[in-house]
Design a protein around this ligand. Structure first.
Ligand SMILES: [Zn+2]
Ligand SMILES: [Zn+2]
Length: 279
């Protein structure tokens, strides 16, 4: 898929106070043609106050994990996760899990995922998605790493599996949370964090904004899911980490907080959950 970069001007982004930083808790810098302008994208993120990013290894087949780790090894402000996306769940074998487990030992790897259930695309059969999800939850527990969970149209099954398997003490996050307040309560009760993406800026997303209002401050994260899901006013263009500022601005407004308070809190939460270097 050809990705056209958005014409991002730092001057048009919501600005942060001095010493306040945002963290993009979920992006895919190994796809989206970022290899063509990666340095510019990272530079724009830093200038927009996005001091840290977590690039997700599970962008495609197993090899995507190697690219994510490579990006994290070359950029001190970027950490990586490793896993296999629910779209690829049918490819998960014992051998593949062992290879992921080995990668998870890398000091630049801070989490497992994304894993989970996607009943919208159904790219892998549902029983295989559920089985892979269970196995990655187990791996996260054994490795004592937080888990990044992808969910689409599968809240009930996911809640049942998380309740059944249990989260490790490292916990986890529903990334790109896009359900309503009831679902938010269910996942919060299970001990999960909720991460909000550009979807929260979309006109039709009122139920999601309702959900955003009830998340306790210490369980809230923000993300871009770059290159997907660019927030308004960049909807339809390639997303990039700098644009998490728009999502943060809308979330802050919805929650009746300042963007600085929201940025500082979500950064603190992401640092704590993924045990990032706080320096
Ligand atoms: Zn996802
Ligand atoms: Zn993702």
């Amino acid at each position: 898929m050809p990705w056209r970069p958005a014409q991002v001007s730092i001057d048009d982004l919501p600005s942060l106070g001095g010493g306040v930083f945002l963290t993009d808790s979920h992006c895919h810098l190994d796809i989206g043609s970022f290899e063509e302008d990666c340095a510019d994208v990272i530079e724009r993120a830093h200038r927009a106050g996005v001091a840290r990013m977590i690039t997700i290894g599970a962008s495609g087949p197993f090899e995507a994990n190697l690219e994510a780790i490579d990006i994290a090894e070359r950029n001190p402000s970027i950490s990586a996760t490793v896993g296999i996306h629910p779209h690829e769940a049918a490819t998960v074998t014992d051998e593949l899990l062992q290879r992921i487990e080995k990668l998870a030992d890398n000091p630049r790897v801070v989490g497992i995922g994304e894993t989970g259930l996607d009943y919208y695309y159904d790219n892998s059969p549902r029983p295989e998605q559920r089985e892979a999800f269970r196995r990655f939850l187990d791996l996260a527990k054994r490795m004592d790493l937080p888990v990044s969970i992808h969910l689409r149209n599968a809240d009930a099954d996911a809640a049942e599996i998380v309740a059944d398997e249990g989260l490790g003490s490292a916990g986890g996050v529903i990334h790109c949370f896009s359900s309503d307040a009831d679902a938010a309560r269910t996942f919060l009760d299970l001990g999960l964090h909720l991460s909000f993406s550009g979807i929260v800026t979309f006109k039709t997303a009122e139920p999601l904004r309702e959900a955003a209002r009830i998340v306790p401050s210490d369980r809230l994260l923000v993300e871009t899911d770059s290159p997907f899901l660019a927030p308004i006013p960049y909807r339809g263009k390639r997303n990039e980490p700098a644009l998490v500022a728009h999502t943060a601005a809308v979330l802050a407004e919805v929650r009746g907080e300042s963007i600085d308070a929201l940025a500082a809190q979500t950064t603190e939460n992401t640092i704590r959950l993924f045990r990032l270097n706080a320096g």
